[in-house]
Ligand binder design. Sequence first.
Ligand SMILES: [Zn+2]
Ligand SMILES: [Zn+2]
Length: 421
Amino acid sequence: MTMVRIYTCPNCGAKRIYKAGTNELVCESCGTKALISTITVDMEAGAAQGVKTGSDAISATKECSTIKCPGCNADVELPDAAAAVKCGFCDNTIVIDSRFSGPYRPARILPFKISEKEAKDHFRRWKNSGPLTPKSFREATAQKVNGCYVPFWLYDYEVRISMTVNAARTEKTTQNNAERTTTESYEVVREALAVYKDVPVVASKNYPEMAMKILEPYDYKDFQTFTSPYIAGYTAERYSMTADELRENVQADLKRDAEEATKATITGYDKLNVTESNTTFQNERVENVLLPVYKLDYEYRGRKYPIFMNGQTGEIQGELPKSKLKALLWFLIPFAAVFLITMILGLVLTKPESQSFFRQWYAWLIFGGIAGLLAMLITFAKQGGSGPYDHRNYMENRKVQVLSSKDTMTERKVTQRDLKK
Ligand SMILES: [Zn+2]
Ligand SMILES: [Zn+2]
């Protein structure tokens, strides 16, 4: 029989939580610490000291499942993908062993490094950033921060790329008052190998793929063999999308990236035109892991602003609302300032009868307009905040190995132009 479990203090019975960035469980009440490696969590063997278990008999109705909290006996709601939930009454994290068993058992877990308190501070600072963020949003209070171990698949691949490219280079030389243009065309063939390791793809439907990508990269050196005490104090999900379902997407992404990296090895030409490209995926290896993510919802004017944070690095991904008034001011103030300055300079530096461009009202308008637009572009860019996504983080050496290369000239054209006329 499998079971549910909570982590209570063997000394005083209070709840214990995993202390972010360490290898310990700490009692919230008396402070007693225990190394996670010393806590027995044999899924089948059941109760060890400081691990309180119950039956995982899940009572399911059509809408939802509930489970009995082994700490306080309350009924706790259990969403389909959940594998560890928090009891709303005693706040213990309840781990449901059966949801992590068999093929659902994660191979590795990357423990939280940022504590819930630090996460709240990070979120607050982020909320107050951005030149266009409305004042009322800055004052909005956040709902509860949820730290969740989110399921990911890590894919390994060796990608072989075979690419044929029409390339050309043009050279101009001048001699004896004549300009000579030489155009050489080549057929370039490249065979390359791109080795990808541990490319993460989120396997939960509750965490949007794009947002999760922007939270990367994670530092994999902190990975631990999966064991459930790391979840104490947090929640966890099991995968709701299989590695097979997601394979096509990850391969399409890697194909694009590997082709781009192969193309980058073709140098010395002015023009490249890919005519043929074949990609094969070899030596796939897939691993089911849990990565730490904080989620926070800000509700503002009837709209939810979900914000995500990498629970290891603190990287934040989310959208800040934009104040239209602030955006307008960011345009109007630079516009008015530059309009006035160019007007004054124009009137002072040119004579009244002058037809100079700088004396015209539309010139001041143009300069002012450019300044206003630039200022607005910069503020919008600053409001965005998140960095780009890079598959190259997972490519060995960040570049492909060229296995073979062949450049064959197909045409050479020389034209001459007389410069002396
Ligand atoms: Zn205690
Ligand atoms: Zn409870």
